[in-house]
Write a protein that binds this ligand. Structure first.
Ligand SMILES: NC(=O)c1ccc[n+]([C@@H]2O[C@H](COP(=O)([O-])OP(=O)(O)OC[C@H]3O[C@@H](n4cnc5c(N)ncnc54)[C@H](OP(=O)(O)O)[C@@H]3O)[C@@H](O)[C@H]2O)c1
Length: 327
């Protein structure tokens, strides 16, 4: 595919780090547009997701854990959406102008806080459902982490009872909708009155406020014989208390990064896991989204210039996700 005139431009605007640090280390810079290889596409990014994990990456903790050598300027952004600007010679399934969403963790060619990103085509998909570009941009990592947890780790079956802890957060509000699609009975533990309202709107069978309600009492009323499974996206005393309602022989899953790590009751299986990112799982996610109404909560959208504010907002109470608009 020929490159568009935009893609032929030499440079792009991006938020990049010259060194790891706090929100003030995020700077708008003009950087070269990344080159694509045969198996990659170039995406003209319109919006990026601001992930709960982005501050850790900004502080350099990812490269520490992964043992990789960072290349500066370092462009953050695991998730995003926009249009195909160009495709490598082995890529047949996309054409210029296709509206897509994609994700890649710590992409060495640069992340989605930029006007252009080069991503392997297997991590890219047409946008499912009726999602806006911002909704699609914030979706990939959290939705795939939710789906990995529900299907691959917990092996959730239709008719089972599921507790979702953190149900108004990024992973949680997607997990609860996916779990309903899979036929589970969902007990949502959300944050604040607004979180409870969101969880109810998204189809939770019951939603309680994990900040102020007696969660264990409500959980025992919902599932007197104990829950079959729990997906946990936030740790702490309330989490550990709620998990006492999981039955012996039940299962608990939580993505790596949830801190403090949950204390698991005796006789309950537990798995800390990473969300998977592969074509099959993306197709599965798209099919589930397309099978009925599906909502992605974008609580706040910031402009590229406001990226430091967006990072600060992550630490404040919010529902669902935060997006960055890249024009
Ligand atoms: N390993 C992986 O593959 C992977 C992938 C994605 C994410 N993660 C990690 O998984 C974790 C969750 O990610 P996320 O994107 O879902 O983060 P998130 O959007 O911050 O969600 C966590 C939610 O838990 C809520 N919460 C905290 N305490 C609560 C309580 N006592 N009762 C009810 N709700 C409570 C928070 O509410 P407030 O907003 O009010 O604080 C927030 O809505 C993060 O640590 C992230 O880094 C790991």
């Amino acid at each position: 595919m020929a490159q568009t005139s935009q893609a032929k431009a030499q440079t792009m605007r991006a938020v990049a780090l010259d060194k790891f640090g706090g929100p003030e280390a995020l700077k708008i810079q003009n950087l070269p547009i990344p080159e694509i290889e045969a198996h990659e596409v170039l995406i003209r990014v319109e919006a990026a997701g601001v992930g709960a994990w982005d501050p850790y990456e900004r502080e350099g903790r990812f490269v520490e854990i992964m043992g990789t050598k960072p290349k500066f300027p370092y462009v953050l952004g695991t998730d995003g959406a926009g249009t195909i600007a160009a495709a490598g010679k082995d890529v047949k399934k996309f054409k210029e102008g296709d509206r897509v969403y994609a994700g890649e963790l710590a992409n060495p060619k640069g992340g989605f806080y930029a006007q252009y990103v080069a991503v392997k085509a297997d991590n890219v998909s047409l946008i499912p459902g009726h999602l806006t570009i911002e909704q699609a941009a914030v979706l990939p990592t959290d939705a795939l982490t939710a789906l990995t947890g529900l299907e691959k780790v917990l092996g959730l079956k239709s008719g089972e009872s599921l507790m979702v802890f953190g149900a108004s957060g990024g992973i949680g509000h997607l997990a609860l909708q996916l779990a309903k699609r899979l036929g589970a009975e969902v007990f949502a533990i959300a944050s604040g009155d607004d979180g409870v309202q969101l969880a109810k709107k998204l189809g939770a069978d019951i939603a309680v406020d994990g900040r102020s309600d007696d969660v264990l009492k409500a959980a025992k009323e919902f599932a007197p014989d104990g829950f079959d499974a729990a997906l946990v996206t936030a740790g702490g005393e309330k989490t550990n208390e709620a998990l006492l309602a999981i039955r012996k022989g039940g299962r608990i899953a939580y993505p790596h990064g949830v801190m403090p790590e949950p204390t698991v009751p005796e006789g309950v299986a537990t798995d800390a896991y990473d969300g998977e990112f592969d074509l099959k799982l993306i197709e599965r996610l798209n099919a589930l989204i397309d099978s009925g109404p599906f909502d992605v909560q974008v609580d706040r959208t910031f402009q590229l210039e406001e990226v430091s504010e967006a990072h600060k907002a992550l630490a404040e109470h919010h529902l669902g996700k935060i997006a960055l608009r890249i024009d």
